[in-house]
Design a protein around this ligand. Structure first.
Ligand code: SAM
Length: 370
């Protein structure tokens, strides 16, 4: 499945015109630009005004502020798009969200798009979906895959962590790629997509991989903060009111950190993402030893650092690489507009995704040369 030997010309399918549903900060847009440098996102859709401000700021495209469940097929057809990108809300499939699956109102947007797939005239040739682990066993996934199978798409599903593509952040996510087969073509050897156990392992992403180096140390992702800058310090009370809880503390030389959630930076410190240790690196500590914890100079990762760990192309950085390994600048650099507060930045990033994982799967599977 890997397209290691492809020439750059083969790599780029002609004229990818994408719609980005649930666009947020545009993580799928950045992934698409990684895979197909001249692809164009012709419309984005989201109901979060802060996210939409960021999207406009970075891409010069104003997302359509509307609930996706209210779109009809005409509203979609007018964009003459051949690619749909979707990262719908994950709460219907998480324990915290009560796992209501297709009965959760937050699944409505996705299920509506599944219905529209059968109604639009411009049926997309390419589809990419991102969600949390657990989605693969959901009724929502079943409804999606049933529709894709009926319309004759070739489907692949994955669970991948950024650690597998050399990024020191563990954020395992579910991904689906679907490519429309030419009319009349159906592979009789295809797996039954309707089985639940179809999530592929990704052989070329499994360590040890020669294509992807081991994750770089976290130090490579850190901002150069001025000495004494306390902006991101973890307030003492966040630590002292938790008893016997082992925080996820990482050092600059660590090569893995935990998943950042939308609660990162707030007082919901349990399981919301790693703290960075900035002092006393020789010190060992116990989970209930709060006084020792207080000497480690714990701080939050700044929004810029989280964005880097999610492989967003921060201004001036060449996060992308051509097939031959040479660096390539992103078409659209990523920054936050000044009006977005720090809490909002962390929240938006916690909802977003790893652009490098998306880019690799798009390049090697969705848009692989035929
Ligand atoms: C999991 S996040 C996707 C984040 C995005 N991929 C990124 O890179 O930031 C889901 C997004 O869907 C938006 N959303 C949720 N329900 C929606 C709906 N019914 N219609 C439109 N957007 C919706 C949320 O505001 C949120 O930005």
């Amino acid at each position: 499945m890997s397209s290691e030997t492809a020439t750059p010309q083969e790599q780029t399918p002609d004229g990818v015109r994408a719609l980005e549903f649930f666009s947020g900060l545009g993580g799928l847009h950045y992934g698409l630009e990684f895979a197909v440098p001249d692809a164009c996102v012709v419309a984005a859709f989201d109901i979060n005004e802060h996210a939409n401000k960021c999207y406009l700021h970075n891409f010069g495209l104003k997302p359509i502020y509307t609930g996706i469940e209210y779109l009809d097929h005409k509203a979609i057809d007018k964009f003459r798009a051949n690619c749909w990108l979707m990262s719908p809300p994950c709460q219907p499939y998480t324990r915290g969200g009560k796992e209501l699956d297709d009965k959760d109102a937050r699944a409505e947007g996705l299920l509506h798009l599944v219905k529209l797939l059968g109604q639009v005239t411009n049926v997309p040739r390419y589809i990419f979906v991102e969600n949390v682990p657990n989605f693969e066993t959901s009724r929502s996934r079943e409804l999606l895959v049933e529709k894709l199978d009926e319309l004759n798409y070739e489907i692949h599903e994955f669970l991948v962590s950024p650690l597998q593509v050399g990024v020191p952040n563990d954020r395992k996510r579910y991904y689906l790629t679907a490519r429309l087969r030419p009319e009349g073509v159906r592979d009789p050897c295809d797996p039954s997509y309707l089985d639940s156990a179809t999530v592929h392992s990704v052989p070329w992403l499994s360590p040890p991989s020669t294509r992807f180096p081991q994750p770089r140390p976290i130090a490579d992702y850190l901002e150069d903060l001025a000495v004494g800058d306390q902006t991101y310090d973890v307030p003492e009370k966040f630590i002292t009111k938790r008893h016997k809880f082992r925080f996820d503390v990482v050092k600059p030389d660590s090569t893995s950190g935990s998943c950042f959630t939308k609660a990162y930076g707030s007082h919901h410190v349990i399981g919301s993402g790693s703290f960075l240790q900035t002092r006393n690196f020789h010190k060992q500590y116990q989970a209930d030893d709060q006084s020792a914890l207080l000497t480690l100079g714990l701080r939050f990762f700044s929004p810029t650092e989280v964005a880097r760990l999610h492989a967003f192309p921060i201004t001036g950085e060449a996060e992308l690489h051509n097939r031959d390994g040479s660096p390539r600048a992103s078409r659209h650099a990523f920054t936050f507009p000044d009006s977005i507060s720090m809490a909002q930045r962390w929240r938006l990033l916690g909802n977003s995704l790893n652009c490098r994982v998306v880019g690799v799967l798009m390049r090697d599977v969705l848009f692989r040369p035929t």
